[in-house]
Design a protein around this ligand. Sequence first.
Ligand SMILES: Nc1ncnc2c1ncn2[C@@H]1O[C@H](COP(=O)(O)OP(=O)(O)OP(=O)(O)O)[C@@H](O)[C@H]1O
Length: 560
Amino acid sequence: MKYFEMAVAVDQHHGFKPFVRPSRCKLQSYSQLDKAMLEFSQANFKHSLKHAFEITNIHRSFSTPCLSHTTSVEEESECNPRIEILGGHRAPWVHALVVEVAIAMTSGVNPEPVSSGLGGAYFLHARNGDRIAVTKPIDEEPLAINNPKGFAGRMLGQPGMKRSIRVGETGFRELAAYLLDHGGFAGVPPTALVKISHVKFHVNTLEPVPPPSKIATLQRFVDHDSDAGDLGPSGFSVSSVHRIGILDVRLLNLDRHSGNILVKHGQDSYAVGAAELVPIDHGLSLPESLDDPYFEWLHWPQASIPFSDSEVDYIYNLDAFKDAELLKAELPSIRESSIRVLVVCTIFLKQATAFGFCLADIGKMMTREFHGEEESWSVLENLCINAKVCLSGGALNDISASDNEGDEIIDEMFHFDSEYEDSSNQVSNVPELVQSPSKIHRPPKIPRFLSERWMSKLHDAELSHVNEEDDCDSSTTTEDSDKDGNNVIDNHKAWTLMKSVSFAVPNYKQDSAAAISFGELSEEEWELFLENFVKLLPEAFESRKNMGLSKQRLGTSCEF
Ligand SMILES: Nc1ncnc2c1ncn2[C@@H]1O[C@H](COP(=O)(O)OP(=O)(O)OP(=O)(O)O)[C@@H](O)[C@H]1O
């Protein structure tokens, strides 16, 4: 049983800020505390302000580490540890977590640096020594200026470990993952974005400096027995694997390695399928452009088991646009380009599930393939390239007229972060494995579906699964002559043509420097892109299914 006194402090920048200190009021549970804190902080502004003034003296006299009502001058001079919520106010359990941490900070225990991982992470302890939270300051991320593990060097906002995610922006994504994990479906631990002041964190300087204020993620510590890297997957429950996989697909998680999955054994620690999994570390999710995800579960047998009815229901009820609104409301710092990646991946997941694919099928379609030293676009990326090709409809006729203009249109379809090239020169102390490629290549060549060159390529391509009618239609009716006798192509016919061939042509060669992004599209283009994308899905899925079935047939008919 815990005893708390609750109060709310207010400042003009951050609104309501809860603080507590051990006291007389009795609460039955943390959920009750969380609810009470939330209600309290949402109370009438004037009342809370008055209350804040009333409690200011109590706060000071007790030297609590809580959120106080102070001016910025007072704030500077005050040196008690402080914590305030910057993001996640309305998320469940967040207030209880922050309150608990605030109380723990009274004990003056220093954060315990976590040895694993590439970024700076710290365990926070309760007075009794139990770990209660993990905090990760954003300036200690891998490559960020104060990284304590030798991976420092870049400025906030420059490309990070993954070029599609900037340094200093992984914290938003950790909170986004928690916000999007509706009903705790995947079990992302309660997470908030906080500002922590007057606490000893790492700073890369030899000068003695007072502990700085840091923006950090704060996540509930989850008791666990090991991580997924310590065990074979046979012990993991099917639903745990599916739920984490569903989250990863929605977020296009680039970093779901086994160390980012905590394992809690069931009562019988050796029972098959009994262990529950807890996903952590979502900082490399929601990239600004499509990228190559890493899904550790991809080859676990559980991922090939069909989704259960309740999982299918959950997926069916996902609303990509509501999720986008949620992120915009709760996390204004998340970029539109990342939100659009969420929308594309959610639609892809929903449609693929409705088509009957299992988690492994879906994960594979999102992952790039390597052939020798060459990497090829994923099925999802190919789809998006094709849906973007359709957007250039207005300019399509121009492509055949001039190679240069055609190149421009192709360039527009891919995202090249010119900052990347510039910023890579400023990198220092960055291990070779994460340095930028020395040369930025041209974008991958994609078929110019209206140029003569591309048309002839199409005819050469193996169109085994394309039905004859479409084939015949596309070859005879898509080209007309303009008044100068040049071939021009009607957009509608072009669409029909593209639809019929887009999954028959070989994967376009992937170029490591290119990425498919959506942030640059106007609202109108974005809507049109999504329309195109959804139209293309059934054909792509059918094609994929046929590939799978033919492989299966090959397998069963083989005699050894
Ligand atoms: N919510 C949590 N509960 C328990 N332990 C945690 C939690 N979050 C992180 N940890 C522990 O802290 C370690 C480092 O955390 P995390 O993986 O998030 O850091 P990172 O620096 O981003 O790592 P990476 O190099 O994998 O990106 C984890 O391996 C895990 O042992």
